[in-house]
Design a binder for this molecule. Structure first.
Ligand code: ATP
Ligand code: MG
Length: 356
């Protein structure tokens, strides 16, 4: 019997609404699978906590989380709390503190009706973006000189260390080899004449160790166009923190929108816990109304199962999402239906377990 400790951080807005549907899925798995059980610990951290305590999470928050097997996060963000506080004091603190340097974002079309692209099928939109998650343009390095003066200059530095660049590229090559897929590196060496030249060099260097992997290299502007016009070009993509952030939103747009996009923040060495989360934010405009689509959060559970080595469950969750979309009867308003978050979640469980 494998017992997994899962830390729940439902967070703000629609976070708790979608996470509770994901937890139902975990509880259903535990019911059916005699070899798996989950122990949940819930943490009340987020913006409401901030407004009350002046901090997004406890000072020793990372200590409290460090012995868990996975962190399941909803969303953080709240009108009145600046985004950079909610981001840096919780999300980035966990990502950085636990060295979750791999961000895995599937760009997979689960039903042809979901894409705004003409004549694109599930076969043609099915790839994985591996985003560098620890440094690059999001390292927080820079300067603000002569503030308010006419000569004011602001610097935002992209940090690309040998270690940081090599490990993400190596991770991507390993994944491409394992899955027998092509690997595309996306960079911008013509304009970013230090960082991206270095990125491309490391990609070529590491690539020599993987002669069996077919590789491509695109500039990010061209790649943005291909994401929309010819997504079939991609199988596995590796890219920097900033480019990955932007490209995966295009990825979400071509596969059904924010309600379906999932992301895993992985520490591959398993020295620290990894974190699984829907990509969307707290969406205050729809929170508390039962309108939130929990599919992204449920898909995050599939990513968690894959990380636990329970591929059977991760595949079954994804197949069941497809079934639910195909059925087209219990979908939330963002997908053109009129079901509530909970109704969609209940139908999912019914399809997953084959029980009423
Ligand atoms: P935050 O400030 O936390 O990022 P946000 O409002 O920017 O929150 P986003 O994730 O960027 O949230 O979402 C933008 C919009 O997309 C939301 O305002 C909402 O209308 C819609 N949206 C996001 N997630 C969902 C979802 N799960 N179901 C339905 N609609 C969603
Ligand atoms: Mg947002």
């Amino acid at each position: 019997m494998k017992k997994k400790k899962i830390a729940l951080i439902p967070g703000d807005g629609i976070g708790p609404e979608v996470i509770s549907e994901g937890v139902k899925v975990l509880k259903a798995i535990e019911q059916v699978d005699a070899n798996l059980s989950f122990e949940f610990t819930e943490y009340p951290w987020g913006c409401e906590y901030y407004l009350e305590h002046g901090k997004m999470m406890d000072e020793n928050g990372l200590d409290q989380l460090k012995d868990t097997d996975a962190i399941y996060l909803g969303a953080v963000g709240y009108p009145g709390v600046p985004d950079h506080i909610s981001l840096w004091d919780l999300l980035l603190k966990i990502r950085k503190g636990f060295d979750q340097y791999v961000n895995l974002r599937p760009v997979t079309l689960l039903n042809p009706s979901l894409t705004p692209l003409k004549n694109k099928t599930e076969k043609e939109i099915d790839f994985l973006v591996i985003r560098e998650n620890s440094e690059g343009e999001y390292a927080g390095a820079g300067d603000w000189l002569f503030k308010g003066k006419p000569e004011e200059v602001v610097l935002q530095t992209g940090v690309f260390s040998r270690k940081g660049t090599e490990r993400i590229i190596r991770y991507a090559f390993e994944e491409a080899r394992k899955q027998k897929k092509t690997l595309t590196s996306i960079s911008k060496a013509n304009a970013l004449n230090y960082s991206m030249v270095f990125w491309d060099e490391v990609f070529d260097e590491v690539g020599k160790e993987y002669p069996d992997v077919v590789t491509y290299s695109y500039l990010v502007d061209a790649a943005s166009m291909f994401f929309v016009q010819q997504p079939e070009r991609f199988e596995i993509v590796v890219t920097s923190n900033l480019f990955g952030d932007i490209l995966t939103d295009i990825g979400a747009a071509i596969t059904g929108g924010m309600g379906l996009a999932t992301g895993a923040n992985i520490n591959p060495e398993r020295e620290f816990p990894s974190m699984f989360e829907p990509v969307h934010g707290s969406a205050p405009d729809i929170s508390g109304k039962g309108l939130a689509n929990p599919i992204a959060a449920i898909w995050s559970v599939a990513q968690m199962m894959e990380f636990f080595g329970e591929e059977k469950w991760s595949e079954l969750i994804v197949t069941t999402i497809k079934e639910l979309l195909e059925e087209n009867e219990h979908l939330t308003p963002d997908l053109g239906g009129n079901a509530t978050t909970e109704e969609l979640g209940n139908q999912f469980i019914k399809l997953l377990t084959g029980q009423d």
